[in-house]
Design a protein around this ligand. Structure first.
Ligand code: SF4
Length: 348
């Protein structure tokens, strides 16, 4: 059985020597940088986030700059990272930090949690890493560490079991009072353990600092944790896209409505089926429509089967498609575009 005090001390000591200390959002108490990295790292790999993080912070270096930016600019910087509700919430959250908190992030998880897009674990990560608050985080990586360490086999698809795990994670925290620096190191250490040692498929128990206390390791089958019975249901949707372009490289884009797929992004006009797409194109131009290879774009809970159709349009004629505009070739790369649309345009 894990001894909370001993475990947290082992994690803190291990993090100082073996943890990740060189990522651009580490070794900082700037809540803007920590918050931004936490949001970007949800659903996205570290290697991908590094480039986006550098570009984002170069253009919008403070929460004030982000609050003052247009949503279009934010979506443009986010373009390709996916899960665009994160970018929209990021923008709203920055505006709330400026409007409601005078431009300074709240220092406790309880108040951070009231901001758009900040969940319980993200709130705790910001307050413990930046302000030393003694509060537990429980993102997917840390859930894996805690369930294995404690041999916690409650079904995390059930809210009551998830609640219990939060309680167990809180019990593991360094004993109060704890210095802010140790608290930050503990939080970072738990994240690092989950990301680099307690791996989903092949945990590296031999080099794990808490191996002596780990129930799952002693049982010989760490991979059976965490337990989650319900798998998210996948669905699929077919979408037809009208890729209209002019000889000067301009493309026809409209803004996707909110809510809906790719809400707020700039996109080719979309249709439910081929007939609808054909009907939207003036009769005399339909002969110019060219079907492109269909492909599948995978979202979290949905597979999108995409059917692009190209339409070459003479620059001198109008284009009677409601609700969109021609976007010049030197402008569309900076816009927030759905990843598959960008891929088609870049490859062209
Ligand atoms: Fe994970 Fe193995 Fe460490 Fe236990 S000993 S926390 S299973 S890496």
């Amino acid at each position: 059985m894990a001894e909370p005090g001993a475990v947290s001390a082992q994690v803190v000591a291990w993090q100082a020597v073996h943890g990740r200390n060189s990522l651009p959002w580490q070794n900082t108490q700037d809540p803007y940088l920590v918050w931004l990295s936490e949001i970007m790292l949800q659903q996205t790999q570290v290697a991908t986030v590094q480039n986006y993080f550098a570009r984002f912070t170069a253009q919008l270096p403070t929460v004030q700059a982000l609050a003052e930016a247009s949503l279009d600019e934010v979506l443009g910087l986010w373009s390709g990272l996916g899960y665009y509700s994160r970018a929209r919430n990021l923008h709203r959250c920055a505006q709330d930090v400026v409007r409601l908190h005078g431009g300074a992030f709240p220092r406790t998880a309880e108040v951070l949690l009231t901001l758009p897009g900040i969940g319980r674990s993200t709130a705790a990560a910001i307050s413990s890493l930046c302000f030393g608050e003694r509060v537990a985080i429980l993102d997917a990586n840390v859930k894996r560490v805690v369930t294995r360490l404690l041999g916690f086999d409650g079904d995390l698809a059930k809210a009551a079991q998830e609640h219990q795990l939060w309680h167990a994670a809180t019990e593991l925290l360094p004993a109060a009072p704890v210095a802010a620096q140790s608290m930050a190191r503990y939080t970072q250490g738990m994240m690092d353990l989950g990301a680099t040692v307690c791996l989903p498929k092949k945990p590296l128990c031999l080099v794990c600092p808490v191996q002596n206390a780990c129930v799952a390791c002693a049982g010989g089958d760490p991979q059976r944790y965490p337990v989650r019975s319900r798998k998210p249901k996948r669905s699929s949707q077919s979408i037809w896209m009208l890729w209209a372009h002019r000889p000067d490289g301009a493309v026809w884009l409209n803004t996707r409505p909110t809510p809906g797929v790719w809400a707020g992004l700039h996109c080719f006009p979309l249709f439910q089926d081929e007939e609808e797409l054909h009907a939207a194109v003036p009769l005399g131009w339909r002969a110019n429509l060219q079907a492109q290879a269909a492909f599948v774009h995978v979202l979290t809970h949905k597979d999108l089967h995409l059917h692009p159709w190209r339409l070459a349009v003479d620059a001198s004629t109008g284009f009677p498609m409601p609700g969109g505009r021609w976007v010049p070739a030197d402008q569309w790369p900076a816009l927030g575009l759905p990843a598959p649309v960008r891929k088609l345009l870049v490859r062209d």
